[in-house]
Design a protein around this ligand. Structure first.
Ligand SMILES: [Zn+2]
Length: 315
């Protein structure tokens, strides 16, 4: 059965399958991003299963044909069919990002790897990599929205991706454990030093949890790469944003939130108290998570490829 499908795996139809799968999971990521974080009304977040999708303005349940990833949004021009309330274009971005990552994951795991691994291993690899991308997309956008990396997302994911990593060939059992320890420990150490020097938090504990998750699948090398790569991406994007902001400078423009002095446990300026004593969530001062996630995804796809090339060179 699998052998018969093998020639198809490099065809456009296979990429189409991966991308449609990514759209569906991207659509689910939107639900998670919207419902997982705590709110005043739901301090523990909400279920992503019940109730079904409904319009945030008029509460009308959204029919399945109005809930097709991307297509429905474009067809209805981002509006509710009943009350015409506008849905953010962000939904599209999340779906498109997830779909693109699933497409790249298909290429990286199933296509580029075809001379080195049997198809079943490559399909398992695809499933794990795609799931990892899905989790990172959800974490990224929740962090952008709330400056929060939720333990209820990271902790189960750390366990799951450590165990899933064991299913991959060439993964020693200690690889993920070392990754988790380094991922959690190093930023904790940096944060501790930073706190001693500056008297405020640099890296949040949420970032430690995210790095532990990255380490669970990608080992300590993945953690180190994500930390440095994330810093580079963060600097480039941060500097670009500063330059763009200065170009359209208005004197009363508030400075980047990074400049705000906020001790641990202090309200951080936007009026909501920092929920530091909430055990279920951890707060980061800067959303560094998206940059860590971007670097981790890059490493995820680049690392096996680099290793394969070494294998080719070494014979
Ligand atoms: Zn509506």
């Amino acid at each position: 059965m699998l052998e018969q499908l093998e020639p198809l795996t490099t065809e456009p139809v296979a990429y189409g399958f991966a991308i449609v799968l990514g759209l569906v999971w991207g659509s689910f990521a939107n639900v998670c991003i919207y419902r997982w974080p705590p709110s005043e009304q739901f301090p523990k977040g909400r279920s992503v299963v019940k109730p079904g999708s409904h319009c945030f303005a008029c509460q009308t349940p959204i029919r399945w044909y109005d809930n097709l990833p991307m297509i429905s949004w474009l067809w209805l021009r981002g509006r509710c069919r009943s009350c015409k309330a506008t849905f953010s274009g962000r939904y599209l971005i999340v779906e498109a990002t997830t779909a693109a990552l699933f497409g790249v994951a298909w290429w990286a795991t199933v296509v580029a790897n075809q001379m080195f691994e049997p198809l079943d291993v490559r399909l398992i690899r695809f499933a794990i990599y795609a799931a990892f991308c899905f989790v990172l997309v959800a974490i990224t956008f929740i962090d952008i929205d709330h400056k929060l990396i939720l333990n209820k997302v990271t902790i189960p994911s750390i366990v799951a991706f450590y165990l899933l990593g064991l299913a991959l060939p060439g993964h020693a059992w200690w690889n993920g454990l070392v990754g988790i320890a380094v991922g959690y420990g190093v930023p904790w150490l940096i944060g501790e030093i930073y706190f001693r020097l500056k008297g405020r938090e640099g890296l949040g504990l949420g970032d430690s949890m995210l790095l532990a998750l990255i380490g669970a699948l990608l080992g300590w090398r993945g953690v180190v790469f994500a930390l440095f790569g994330g810093s580079v991406i963060g600097s480039v994007i941060g500097i670009t944003a500063l330059v763009l902001m200065r170009d359209r400078a208005e004197p009363a423009e508030p400075v980047a939130p990074a400049e705000k002095p906020a001790g641990p446990g202090q309200p951080d300026g936007d009026g909501e108290p920092a929920p530091d004593d909430e055990p279920s969530l951890m707060r980061t001062e800067l959303p560094f998570g998206p940059f860590l996630a971007m670097a981790a995804v890059f490493y995820l796809f680049a690392e096996p490829w680099i290793q394969l090339n070494f294998k080719l060179l070494g014979g």
